[in-house]
Design a binder for this molecule. Structure first.
Ligand code: IVH
Length: 667
């Protein structure tokens, strides 16, 4: 037996080493054939000897683990992003702020990798879980997919507890190959490396992520003090020494603004030759003590910035200008373009905002125009190339009637936008319904844009309350193409479930002008329920941080409007929850889903209070120990439950352990 275990250990070691050399050092020392031979031998041995199974075995990297949904994970420390800057003046301003605080202007310049950020947690050197950034506070558990990324070690070179953060990315070559295959199969092309990487990591089946050949760079150590580390560059070296892929070739310690400029100039020239996409340069104060002096704003660290490369411009033809009607009735002119790839993704349309915007740019239909991605995401028409006009171009004319219902458009004094004033205009209603059901609002699975449009045209749903009477059309629905009993049941139950959403979702879904999902959450937390919002006056809104006069007026007007109050009344009658239910998505891998028994006296909090917190995180608590118990928490004078737990070999935590966990949650 010992011989087998030894062989297994030996094979794991060579395979791990080979993976490390290939994927981290980019310097393989064995052939693919040799590698496959070792891996197959290990697979056979592990299959025949499950007693030697290990979650950190390199055989666990091939993928195959399938999960049924993504669990939420609360980050131990928030995962912040960085403020973007776009030119050298803004970098100088950053440097001046640093110097003004009395901090030495020594920085680490790094590539800004175009992918998605990840947090990786290791205990005693073993990978325990990996999570996406999510909203920065709560991310999603993507451990099953992380394990398939060969440059992320399953086992570190030292048996320590650590969290590191970095970027998961898709190499350019991989995207090109994938898109070639997809083109042959007539599948829609993946738009760019970032979306492709994010899409791969958000797969329930880890086989898909494994096929996508993702890679990683690690660039952040959230708790450097735990390892006696004094500078960011030391932190990078330390993480490299543990076996992580750190971008050593690119990272550079620089002093002062001139050296930052030189770095950016060099990198800009080399950027296209890299086998991964970068979209800028990250500049971080090197001394960790200085980082502490600089601290954080509410959103960002004040010791780092991300310089974004200027957007690349591409030329194409403006085929037409078409008009769309939004849910407030606002009319938007849109450029219809000859499809072009801009920074890796296909652009066919771009918003032209309003009539004045089109006139200011003097756009004519048929013009050759330059396109760029504003903030790298939203396509923007920069200008018409007037020197390329042939005389065939057509003048732009603003419409006078709504393209959907024909109503004469209005334009309020002093405003740039045209509106369709018909509140029954189908375009307005459909857009409003789509918004109400959307992911960040009521999140009704199965009521996407096209389906809502179909149901609207079929007369099933004309107003928001109609959504909740869709069951009346059950027999009609079952007969529709693509529907059956089961999918109709699923849809109706998704609608039913949405009734118990927390208030912020309804509030956002109501589509109050200027109120996005984040503001809706803040308002729901502040006012707790809809009745308090109806009672509030203009000043009450204005007194809230981040709410300026326009939003305060919009809110006040909305909750004074007869029709809106009638709608709210109907929604209440339907049984839609209008109360804030508290923060969503509480999850912690150490607690959630486990069965706990609490025994003995705890000093730091009462047993009832602790039970409530555990239950909030999706754990269950019980009064007696059985084989099904996962953990027994033991205070002073524990009694027989403690003995029983020991007898059954159940995990036991003392007060210190549970306190540490609870403290980390409360952060
Ligand atoms: S440092 C607190 N370093 O860019 C420090 N971020 O807006 C957090 N990124 O969310 C990040 N390359 O996804 C850092 N070398 C790098 C990076 C990097 C890419 C991403 C990351 C982050 C965003 C910053």
């Amino acid at each position: 037996m010992d011989e087998i275990k030894k062989r297994i250990d030996y094979l794991r070691e060579i395979i791990n080493k080979a993976n490390y050399e290939y994927y981290v050092l980019d310097n393989p020392t064995i052939t693919d054939q040799e590698f496959d031979k070792y891996l197959r031998e290990l697979e056979v041995l592990e299959k025949n000897h499950p007693e030697f199974d290990s979650p950190s075995s390199p055989t666990k990297r091939v993928g195959g683990e399938v999960i049924d949904k993504f669990k939420k994970i609360k980050h131990v420390l928030p995962m912040l992003s960085l403020p973007d800057v776009f030119d050298i003046n803004e970098i100088e301003e950053f440097n001046n702020r640093v110097v003004k605080e009395g901090v030495e202007p020594t920085y680490v310049c790094e590539y800004k990798i175009d992918g998605l950020s990840v947090s990786l947690h290791y205990e005693k050197g073993h990978l325990i879980y990996g999570a996406t950034r999510g909203d920065g506070i709560v991310g999603e558990d993507i451990t099953h997919n992380v394990k398939t990324i060969k440059s992320i070690p399953l086992e570190l070179k030292k048996p320590i507890d650590i969290e590191v953060r970095g970027e998961i990315y898709m190499p350019k070559k991989v995207l090109a190959e994938l898109n070639k295959e997809r083109e042959e199969k007539n599948l829609p092309l993946l738009q760019n490396v970032r979306n492709a990487a994010a899409g791969s990591i958000r797969q329930l089946d880890s086989k898909i992520a494994a096929e996508r050949k993702l890679s990683s760079f690690i660039y952040h150590l959230p708790n450097p003090q735990d390892y006696g580390i004094k500078t960011h560059s030391e932190a990078l070296d330390f993480m490299e020494s543990l076996g992580f892929k750190v971008n050593v070739k690119a990272n550079r310690v620089v002093k002062g603004i001139k050296e930052i400029e030189d770095y950016i100039e060099e990198i800009t020239a080399q950027r296209d030759e890299l086998d991964y996409e970068i979209d800028g340069v990250v500049i971080k104060v090197n001394s960790l003590e200085s980082q502490q002096v600089l601290g954080f704003t509410s959103k960002y660290p004040r010791w780092a910035i991300a310089y974004k490369f200027p957007a690349k411009e591409v030329l194409t033809k403006l085929q037409d200008i078409v008009f769309t009607v939004g849910r407030t009735g606002r009319i938007t002119p849109n450029a219809v373009l000859d499809p072009v790839i801009v920074m890796g993704s296909m652009v066919k349309r771009a918003t032209l905002h309003n009539e004045d915007y089109v006139r200011m740019k003097d756009l004519k239909i048929g013009d050759i125009v330059s396109i760029r991605k504003a903030g790298d995401v939203i396509p923007e028409v920069v200008e018409a190339k007037k020197e390329r006009r042939t005389g065939e171009e057509k003048e732009f004319t603003m419409i006078t009637n709504c393209p959907i219902c024909g109503e004469v458009l209005i334009k309020k004094e002093g405003q740039v936008d045209h509106y369709c004033p018909n509140i029954l205009c189908p375009a307005r209603s459909v857009e409003g319904l789509i918004h109400f059901c959307s992911r960040k609002a009521m999140n009704i699975d199965g009521l996407g844009e096209e389906i809502i449009e179909d149901f609207y045209n079929l007369g099933f749903i004309k107003t928001i309350p109609d959504i909740y009477s869709l069951g009346d059309y059950r027999t009609d629905l079952i007969e529709l193409e693509g529907y059956g009993n089961k999918s109709v049941d699923n849809l109706l139950s998704a609608i039913e479930v949405s009734k118990s959403n927390s208030f912020e979702r309804v509030l956002f879904g109501l589509g109050i002008p200027g109120i996005g999902d984040k503001t809706a959450l803040m308002l729901a937390k502040t006012f707790k329920n809809v009745d308090n919002m109806i009672k509030a006056n203009y000043e009450d809104y204005l007194n809230i941080m981040d709410i300026g006069p326009t939003l305060a007026q919009n809110l006040y007007d909305f909750f004074q409007n007869e029709e809106k109050l009638e709608l709210i009344k109907q929604l209440k009658e339907i049984g839609i929850n209008m109360t804030f239910l508290g923060e969503e998505g509480k999850y912690d891998y150490r607690i959630s889903g486990k069965k706990f028994v609490l025994t003995g006296t705890l000093d730091f909090m009462g047993r009832d209070e602790l039970s409530r917190i555990l239950e909030d995180y999706g754990a269950t608590t019980s009064g007696s120990v059985s084989k099904k118990t996962d953990v027994v928490i033991v205070g002073e004078n524990p009694g027989s439950k403690y003995d029983k737990a020991r007898e059954l070999g159940i995990e036991i935590w003392d007060e210190k352990q549970i306190k540490e966990i609870i403290d980390s949650l409360e952060d």
